[in-house]
Design a binder for this molecule. Structure first.
Ligand code: MG
Ligand code: MG
Length: 236
């Protein structure tokens, strides 16, 4: 899983380079797929429950599970790219949100708070803590900034399968939920929305958008629970 995570982190660097006006989301998806296959690995998402691409890409009012396509990125857009790598049967899973060119200060703030919320969740991923501790920490960061988290979507266990038990909600009560044990590996991935997290799934059956066109951002790491504390696996 460490190796899978390292490759996901390398793929993020490729995505960062491609975040320019004029680039299509399909171009980003193809670049990531090419990189993953060049390492002898497979993209975890392609074909997962019929998902047609290697990455999930969401622009602005799109919230999660976006299908890459012909959409052309423009200056000021915020774009999340979710990447999964299957390395010898083990998965790494990470999403990151990027600004295209210069973005408005309110968008920059949303990105910063969202990443901070994710890292607050990671910090709680300690032996003996619970999934509720993680969710509560993430929701607190979002709410203190005047934002909300999506309660409809959340994190999950990850390992030999992309999605495993336990679920890791973006909200919760301290001490509630599943107790974390040494050796568990989980994906922590809060979706932070500017005002209202109500969501609608488009006719493509995948792309989830904000019902009221609010902006959202999402950051995700795959994390191992160890006796020495949380270890982020989706990093270089
Ligand atoms: Mg993901
Ligand atoms: Mg995930």
């Amino acid at each position: 899983m460490r190796e899978a995570g390292r490759l996901v982190a390398e793929a993020r660097l490729i995505v960062k380079e491609l975040m320019r006006p004029g680039v299509t989301t399909r171009q980003i998806d193809l670049a990531v797929e090419q990189f993953i296959r060049s390492k002898g690995c497979t993209p975890s998402f392609k074909g997962y429950r019929g998902f047609p691409a290697s990455t999930c890409i969401c622009v602005n009012e799109e919230m999660v599970h976006g299908i890459p396509g012909a959409r052309v990125l423009a200056e000021g857009d915020i774009v999340s790219v979710d990447i999964g790598v299957n390395y010898r049967g083990y998965h790494g899973d990470s999403v990151w949100t990027y600004g295209v060119g210069k973005i408005a200060p309110d968008r920059q703030r949303l990105l910063e708070i969202s990443e901070k919320a994710m890292l607050a969740g990671v910090a709680m991923a300690q032996v003996g803590n619970t999934t509720g501790d993680i969710g509560a920490a993430m929701e607190r960061v979002a709410m203190n900034a005047g934002y909300v988290v999506s309660k409809e979507f959340g994190g999950h266990g990850v390992g030999r399968s992309l999605h495993e038990e336990p679920s890791v909600p973006n909200f919760g009560e301290p001490g509630k939920g599943v107790t974390l044990r040494t050796g568990m590996t989980i994906a922590i991935e809060p979706i932070v929305v500017m005002e209202d997290a109500a969501a609608v799934t488009l006719k493509d059956k995948w792309t989830v958008v904000s019902k009221y066109d609010y902006l959202s951002a999402q950051f995700e790491h795959t994390v191992a629970i160890t006796k020495d504390g949380p270890q982020i696996l989706t990093t270089l």
